[in-house]
Design a protein around this ligand. Structure first.
Ligand SMILES: NC(=O)c1ccc[n+]([C@@H]2O[C@H](COP(=O)([O-])OP(=O)(O)OC[C@H]3O[C@@H](n4cnc5c(N)ncnc54)[C@H](OP(=O)(O)O)[C@@H]3O)[C@@H](O)[C@H]2O)c1
Length: 333
């Protein structure tokens, strides 16, 4: 038997558990040119919210149809194959649906994993998966922080932010995170080595709170949130600062708020670069090797917000938007 989480209705604004439903079906038949996987972990990734809207398809994914399995990222083991390139036992990180099993013809977005996994399998969905690699590419390729920099990170307690902050610390930079609760702020500083944290929910306007935490200004802003958070960061940027745009969760499923201070990009000579980890597929092995080395040396940690059972996938996804997660959100199937 195969279980699938389908899109029961289109979320209005932030997704909630009731937007998703669990459906049972017989295991699909493996025909010539296809293979079947068992999916042991499902990764919950905020960006997939975008493709839940009607007419939201783009070059990355088509819009998700109603009552069909929800697309996501999974850790998959091939359990049956009539495909020349995939053998029983192969381990994959793949863009498959939220299902206990997936049937693929190999044309999906698939990254191969080593036969022997050195770390806990769930790490290959987090720090060694798409979100960890996003932190790696954004910080090492684009931000390139130095010990003289102040690096500000939004969504700092989430999957990307926790890793981005720890990588930035390795350069000696001062690292400050923006988070939604005092508990998460304390955790970032006491457990992950952040130097300071700013509360996005505090009474103080965000730009003022950032200024208090970054009195010498911000040299690098690594943004996972967009909108008003981006606006508040821009007003605190130093001359020739770098804005690294990774995500914009505050605008997923709602009308996004555009920053109203873009003129400061000119007057402060700021550079802005967005990126999609998806388009760096050819460098996944390099990213995984470096992140593995840091894990092995014990200089970065891989915190997880883990739930169990495919019936909890919808809740886990909603948790991302409610800020419930400390670290990578993942469901053990
Ligand atoms: N460019 C790429 O290739 C790429 C790849 C992967 C992910 N991403 C992006 O990276 C970001 C993080 O994704 P993730 O899946 O790892 O999620 P995550 O950071 O683990 O979780 C999302 C966090 O964002 C904060 N948040 C939620 N709604 C918010 C709002 N309206 N305003 C401000 N903060 C809000 C919450 O933390 P607090 O409550 O503590 O603020 C929440 O814990 C997303 O924007 C995602 O699209 C980009």
């Amino acid at each position: 038997m195969m279980q699938s989480v389908v899109l029961a209705r289109r979320p209005l604004g932030n997704p909630v558990e009731a937007d998703f439903a669990l459906v049972d079906a017989p295991l699909p038949e493996v025909t010539e040119g296809t293979f079947l996987t068992h999916n042991s972990f499902i990764s919950l990734d905020a960006g997939f919210r975008n493709w839940m809207n009607e007419d939201s398809g783009d070059e990355v994914l088509p819009a998700m149809p109603l009552n069909e399995p929800v697309m996501g990222l999974v850790l998959a083991d091939v359990i049956d194959s009539k495909h020349p390139d995939y053998a029983v036992g192969d381990k994959l990180m793949a863009r498959f649906a939220w299902q206990t099993h997936s049937l693929s013809d190999g044309t999906d977005f698939i990254a191969r994993l080593p036969d022997e996994l050195e770390f806990n399998p769930s790490a290959y969905m987090g720090v060694l998966g798409d979100t960890g690699m996003s932190a790696y590419f954004g910080i090492t390729d684009i931000a390139k922080p130095t010990a003289d920099d102040c690096v500000l990170i939004s969504g700092a307690g989430g999957a990307v932010g926790t890793i981005a902050g720890q990588i930035a610390k390795l350069s000696g930079a001062r690292v400050v995170g923006i988070v939604g609760s005092q508990k998460k702020a304390d955790w970032l500083c006491q457990t992950l080595g952040y130097d300071a944290a700013v509360l996005r929910s505090s009474e103080t306007p965000l730009a003022e709170a950032i200024q208090a935490a970054c009195p010498d200004g911000v040299d690098v802003f690594f943004d996972n949130v967009g909108g008003k958070t981006l606006e508040a960061a821009i007003s605190n940027m130093n001359h020739r600062g770098r804005l690294v745009l990774c995500g914009a969760i505050s605008g997923y499923g709602v009308t996004p708020h555009g920053p109203n201070n873009l003129f400061e990009l000119i007057t402060k000579e700021l550079s802005v670069e967005g990126f999609m980890t998806h388009f760096r597929h050819d460098r996944y092995d390099e990213a995984r090797e470096q992140l593995s080395a840091w894990l092995r040396e014990g200089v970065i940690q891989s915190p997880e917000h883990r739930l169990s059972g495919i019936e909890n996938v919808g809740k886990a996804f909603a948790d991302l938007f409610a800020g419930e997660n400390f670290g990578k959100t993942i469901v053990a199937v």
